[in-house]
Structure formats: C-alpha cells, structure tokens
Design a protein around this ligand. Structure first.
Ligand code: FAD
Length: 308
C-alpha cells in the first residue's frame, strides 16, 4: 500500500491521507479515501499509476463526483481526482480537445464564445469530460456520443492509446470505459459552426428548465435511476412513476425523494451513503411491487460500507 514514504521523491504531487470524500461529492456523503491526489498533468498521473502498481494499491479515478454515492467506509487505496487537469484546445476547424477534469459548464461556455454549436445540451450537467464520456451523459434529446470524435486513454499499466467513436460502444448511459479499466486523459469533440447569440439563448433556456424542474438547491447525484423501457421498447419516465407510487417526500435518515423532481434523491439533513442505499432499495422494491417495473440505478455506488 502507498504510504507517506512512497511520495518522498515526488514532492510536487499533491497528496492527502485519510481524506473525507464527502468534501468533494455532490451528494455530500462518503467516507475517507486512504490516499487522495489531484494530478495536474499526464506526467503526474503516470507517476501516481506507477507508484500504485509498485505498491499494489488499488486505484479509483473520479471527475467532478456528481454521479456517485461513495459508501460511508470510504475508498481503499488511491483516489485520483482529475479536477486539476483542465486544459482545452480548439483546432480552429470545429474540433475541441479537453482534458479529463475540464468541467462541462466551462467547456460549453468556451464553445459558445467561439460560435460552435452542438454542446449546448451539456451546459447544466455538473460533470467533468472524463465522467461525461464514461457515462455517455445526455440531456434534452442529445448525448455525448452525438459530438464525440476520439479520446486518449491510459491503462493502469501506463499504456496510452487513442479510441475513436466506433470503439466506444456508446449506448444509453454507457461507454466502453465502463467495461475496461482505462482512464480517460482527454476527449475530442466535433462541433459545427453556429451563431453565438443563438447558442447562448439555447443554453439559457436549458438552464432555466433545469432550475425550474430540478432541486439544485440540495446536494444530490442527479437522476438516480436509468430510464427503463416498456414492452414496446418505449422509454418509461422514472420521475412520474415514482410520483405515482406515492414516494415523493419519502425520507430515510437524512435523504429524501425530492418533492420537486421525484427522479432525484436529495440530502436534506446530514444524510449518509447508507441512507441513500436504503432509499434506493426501498424505491426499487415499491416501484416493482406497484407497477412490475424494475428500476436500475444510473448513479455509481462505490467504496466500502462503514465499519461498526
Ligand atoms: C444536479 C445534477 C444534474 C445532473 N444532470 C444530468 C443530466 O442532465 N444528464 C446526465 O447524463 N447526467 C446528469 N447528472 C449526473 C452527472 O453529472 C453525469 O453523469 C456526469 O457526466 C458525471 O461526471 P463526473 O465528472 O461528475 O463523474 P464522477 O461522478 O466523478 O464519476 C462517474 C463515473 O465516471 C468514472 N470516471 C470519471 N472520470 C473518469 C476518467 N477520467 N476516466 C475514467 N473514468 C472516469 C468514475 O470512476 C465513475 O465511475 C446530474 C447530476 C447532478 C448532481
């Protein structure tokens, strides 16, 4: 396992030990990471992966931590937060390459300033480029796959390779990154020329829709469940289903099914990851019992349970 000593020859790396992940997660829950580091570039990331390999330390990579429930016992080993890897390059011909930790809100604003259209849908998704590609994040009828060109990824063994769209296995809230142990370093997106004012107006409209419908005033992880399909393959909207089941406002510990948007679970009063897990299980059971529909979490539940 990594110890303080492991880093003595690499003093430029930012590292903390026993670091509470509730400080970085959008849900404000999660126990400590044994070791937490925020590499600033590929070279630092490669050093971290090498140290982890040499010390047989497990590695978990996180972006903006907006699609996670980290369990109360925290995460063993090394947690790498990409949030300091944020450089962005436009090629002048519609392509933009952004590092894994770049926030979608920043990237979509930069694209708007250059009159490039296609990224508007993502302006209110609070994720990073890495998390968004990993999840094939989407909103308002568009998803990352629609504008994705290619990505650079690194394996836990430090092997860097390029992946193109055809290799990404993009599906609803799925990419190949969920099946391989690869870490996304950067992604290139292909945008089209547009009008800056029209792009801004669309982003303003989508943000207004979010503010009106989503409980952005509370910690949450966004929509907790994936959208299931009915027997004819049509999507079933989860929020109205949970509402119909009478579960809106149902609370376990400090976590509640949002009264504003039933697809969200909000941390209203010092909730824990156990509260989230119990509420998720309760909603799944109730919706199945009442409608025969099986809900599957979209949110990633990771880490170790609390030790008593
Ligand atoms: C208020 C709110 C609204 C939201 N609205 C939407 C929405 O409209 N549409 C939508 O799709 N989602 C939405 N989300 C969920 C979330 O923002 C997205 O899934 C986002 O893409 C996650 O990015 P992240 O950087 O936060 O990922 P994280 O939560 O940090 O990580 C998610 C997963 O990605 C993996 N990952 C992260 N970075 C990398 C990397 N560099 N390489 C490999 N794996 C990586 C992690 O290991 C983890 O398994 C919302 C969340 C909130 C809180």
């Amino acid at each position: 396992m990594l110890t303080q000593d492991s880093f003595k020859d690499l003093p430029w790396l930012t590292v903390s030990f026993n670091s509470p992940l509730s400080d970085v997660t959008y849900t404000k829950v999660g126990g400590p990471a044994d070791v937490l580091s925020r590499p600033k570039n590929l070279s630092e990331l490669t050093d971290l992966l090498r140290l982890a390999r040499e010390t047989h330390t497990p590695v978990t990579v996180l972006g903006n931590a907006s699609n996670l429930v980290v369990r109360d016992g925290g995460i063993r080993g090394l947690v790498i937060l990409t949030t300091s890897m944020t450089s962005v390059k436009f090629d002048g011909e519609g392509k933009v390459t952004a590092e894994a930790g770049c926030k979608l809100s920043d990237l979509t604003a930069l694209a708007q300033k250059r009159s490039l259209t296609g990224f508007e849908f993502a302006c209110g998704i609070p994720g990073s480029v890495g998390g968004a590609v990993f999840m094939n994040a989407g909103a308002y009828g568009c998803e990352i796959a629609d504008i994705f060109h290619s990505a650079t990824v690194v394996s836990p063994f430090g092997v860097v390779k390029k992946l193109y769209k055809a290799e990404m296995d993009f599906r609803y809230r799925h990419s190949v990154l969920q099946d391989e142990n690869a870490i996304l370093l950067d992604a290139t997106f292909e945008l089209a020329p547009g009008q800056a004012e029209t792009i801004q107006a669309k982003m303003d409209d989508l943000m207004a829709q979010r503010r009106a419908k989503q409980p952005l005033e509370y910690p949450s992880c966004g929509s907790v469940f994936k959208r299931p399909k009915d027997a004819d393959g049509n999507p079933i909207y989860v929020g109205p289903l949970i509402q119909k089941a009478g579960l809106q406002g149902h609370r376990i510990g400090g976590v509640e099914v949002s009264t504003k948007h039933a697809g969200f679970m909000v941390n209203v009063d010092h909730g824990t990851a156990s509260d989230y897990e119990a509420l998720i299980a309760y909603v799944i059971a109730q919706v199945y019992e009442q409608f025969g529909v099986t809900l599957e979490p979209e949110v990633k539940i990771i880490g170790s349970p609390a030790t008593k």
